[in-house]
Design a protein around this ligand. Structure first.
Ligand SMILES: *Cc1c(COP(=O)(O)O)cnc(C)c1O
Length: 216
C-alpha cells in the first residue's frame, strides 16, 4: 500500500460506518523510517506522524519542522520518566500515559516548559505483562491522578495482543472511553485500521501499510 491507498481505505471504512472521513486522523507511524520517506509523505500533504522513541524523534523531526512547521508529532511508544523533559519538548501529543509516576512527571514538565500537550491514556486491554498500558480496572484511579495533576487527557489508546482478534479489544476500549467520558480513541494499525474505524476510533496509527516493511 501507499499513503494514497491508506487514505482511500480510510474513506471507504468511514463511508461503510456512516462517518465523515475527517472524523478519523491518520497518524503515519514513521519509526525506523529515514527522513527521505517522511519528506515524501509530507509532500503528499501528510502532517500527523507517530514515533515510538524519544531519541529517534529528536534526531529526525527538528529539521523537518523548520520546513513544515505544522507537523503534529505523536509519542506512541513506552515513555521512560527520565525522558519526559525531551519528550515534552519534541512531541505535540503523548498517547502513552500509563502510570501515575509518568502522569505526574509530565504535568510538572509541561508547566515548566509551558507546553500543555493533549494526552491519551494507554490501556493494556489484553493485560499482557510485557506491554505498557494501565489495566482496565485501574483506569479510573489513573484518570483521577491525571486530572488532579492538570494533565489534558483527551482519549484512550490501545495495542491489542498480536495473536488475538482485535475486535474484542477495540470494543472494550470504546466502552471504557464511553464510561469515563473521553471522546477520542487511538486504535488500529496497518492490519486492522478498517476494523478500528467500525468501532469508532478517531485516530489510526499506520506504519508499514504506508512506508513498507521496517528493517529492524
Ligand atoms: C509500530 C507501531 C504502529 C504501526 O504499526 P504497523 O503495523 O506498521 O502499522 C502503531 N502503533 C504503535 C504503538 C506502534 O509501535
Amino acid at each position: 500500500m501507499t499513503l494514497q491507498s491508506v487514505r482511500a481505505e480510510i474513506a471507504k471504512a468511514c463511508q461503510a460506518a456512516v462517518r465523515a472521513p475527517e472524523s478519523v486522523t491518520l497518524v503515519a507511524v514513521s519509526k525506523s523510517q529515514p527522513i527521505s520517506a517522511i519528506e515524501a509523505a509530507l509532500q503528499e500533504g501528510q502532517r500527523v506522524f507517530g514515533e515510538n522513541k524519544v531519541q529517534e524523534a529528536e534526531t529526525k523531526f527538528p529539521a523537518l519542522r523548520k520546513k513544515y512547521p505544522d507537523i503534529e508529532l505523536h509519542c506512541i511508544g513506552y515513555l521512560q520518566t527520565n525522558k519526559v523533559k525531551m519528550a515534552v519538548g519534541i512531541f505535540d501529543v503523548i498517547e502513552t500515559v500509563d502510570r501515575t509516576s509518568l502522569a505526574e512527571a509530565l504535568a510538572i514538565e509541561m508547566k515548566r516548559q509551558h507546553r500543555f500537550l493533549p494526552c491519551f491514556v494507554q490501556v493494556n486491554t489484553g493485560e499482557e505483562p510485557q506491554k505498557g498500558g494501565i489495566a482496565p480496572r485501574d483506569l479510573p484511579a489513573l484518570l483521577y491522578v491525571c486530572r488532579d495533576a492538570g494533565l489534558r487527557i483527551e482519549g484512550l489508546m490501545c495495542i491489542p495482543p498480536v495473536d488475538e482478534d482485535a475486535d474484542t479489544h477495540f470494543s472494550l476500549l470504546a466502552k471504557l472511553a464511553d464510561e469515563v467520558g473521553l471522546a477520542k480513541l487511538s486504535m488500529g494499525m496497518s492490519a486492522d485500521f478498517m476494523t478500528a474505524i467500525r468501532y469508532g476510533t478517531t485516530h489510526v496509527r499506520v506504519g508499514s501499510a504506508i512506508f513498507g516493511e521496517r528493517n529492524f
